[in-house]
Design a protein. Structure first.
Length: 389
């Protein structure tokens, strides 16, 4: 069952990568076209959602960021729990290498960003932006560049990216609390406790879990805490055991039903609204500013140095073993692909620099991600060609 879930995940992520790229390109093109006015009006227009005592007004982009993206993080939480209990993260021997690689891939980009932003003109608060890896883009690039490469490379990348996601969510919760309001936060915690109790009811209707998630989300939005954190926490309350013998568990049902909506609708919609950067409004010097260079170099240089360096160190010290059948060149290519930060990096950039203040930083995310994908695919293509020779 665990293997089937992983393979379905890989196929969905690989297929969704092209749609995600198309949505991102569409947002960037429209923001710099004669249709920029209607596009920006759609992205920036405020509207209100009210349900009983709950009333919030945000722009379309913010509703997608704080609303729909909560579903994305809920699915991320489900995937993390599944991998910890039944997948690759449940095997300590297999876990060591991707976990250490993920830690290296988070530390090196942060160091590079801070090194460029600690002085005058720098914006050190953006250090979490280049630490993330976009699973969809990385897996799609790997599938296109190396369809005949060892399957262990895909498993290594998937496990690394999931561990990376968990670290990024933890950083979001730590760095971007935006002034907590304790009463709503208490409501969110009570809602999480109720969801945990619901998980003990073997035949609980799925609708109750959905209502619980909505309650957690609404309280969190009012509290000032990022909805990503409690969405992952809500996922941890979903039971993994099947309700009937020889049937998928509740967690697997949620994963399989929600993941296509996240991959093919929510993430492309987020990319469409997040990449709409009016380039004509940015000064030429913006490309060489400390935040942009920090993000771009953090993703392109920091990720590959951190991931490959930690991987080589762990294997050299015999803490972990190299993935079966994988060469050093292939491991380097996968390390470069980890610089495709994109979705989570754009999400963190919106938190670090709200109200459109970080348009140039989002440009750094795009530059660093594109360079990483291009070089990573070139290295893996060369590695595959050497196998045929």
């Amino acid at each position: 069952m665990a293997g089937r879930i992983t393979l379905d995940f890989l196929k969905t992520e690989s297929a969704a990568g092209a749609i995600l790229a198309a949505a991102a390109a569409a947002g960037l093109i429209l923001a710099n076209s004669p249709w920029a006015g209607p596009y920006l009006a759609f992205v920036q227009t405020d509207f209100t959602i009210q349900f009983g005592a709950f009333r919030e007004t945000h722009s379309t982009a913010d509703w997608i960021k704080h609303g729909l993206m909560a579903v994305f993080f809920f699915v991320v939480g489900l995937e993390i729990k599944h991998e910890v209990l039944q997948g690759e993260l449940s095997n300590p021997r297999r876990l060591a290498l991707p976990l250490l690689a993920a830690l290296g891939g988070m530390a090196a980009p942060a160091v590079i960003y801070l090194a460029l932003n600690v002085g005058d003109g720098g914006r050190p608060s953006g250090w979490p932006i280049p630490i993330a890896t976009d699973i969809g883009f990385a897996l799609a690039a790997l599938a296109m560049a190396g369809p005949r490469l060892p399957p262990t490379l895909r498993t290594f990348l998937l496990t690394l990216a999931i561990a990376d996601d968990l670290g990024a969510v933890a950083v979001i919760g730590f760095a971007f609390d935006q002034g907590l309001r304790w009463a709503p936060l208490g409501g969110a915690l009570v809602s999480l406790a109720l969801m945990a109790l619901l998980g003990r009811w073997r035949g609980a209707p799925y609708l109750l879990y959905a209502l619980g998630l909505v309650m957690v989300w609404a309280f969190t939005l009012k509290s000032g805490l990022s909805t990503s954190v409690t969405a992952v926490a809500a996922a941890m309350t979903i039971p993994i055991a099947p309700r009937k013998p020889h049937r998928p568990g509740v967690l697997e049902d949620f994963m399989e039903s929600l993941h296509p909506y996240v991959a093919f609708l929510i993430l492309p919609l987020f990319a469409f609204t997040a990449t709409g950067i009016p380039l004509s409004q940015l000064p030429a010097s913006a490309l060489l500013s400390a935040p942009v260079l920090g993000v771009a170099l953090g993703l392109f240089i920091g990720k590959q140095v951190g991931v490959f360096g930690a991987t080589a160190l762990a294997i050299g010290l015999k803490i972990a073993r190299r993935p079966t059948g994988a060469t050093w060149l292939e491991l380097y290519g996968v390390s470069v692909l980890c610089g495709a930060g994109f979705t989570l990096s754009l999400f963190i950039a919106a938190l670090a620099f709200p109200n459109g203040a970080g348009s140039e930083v989002r440009l750094g995310v795009l530059v660093g991600s594109v360079l990483s994908i291009a070089l990573g695919m070139a290295v893996l293509g060369w590695a595959q060609a050497r196998r045929k020779a």
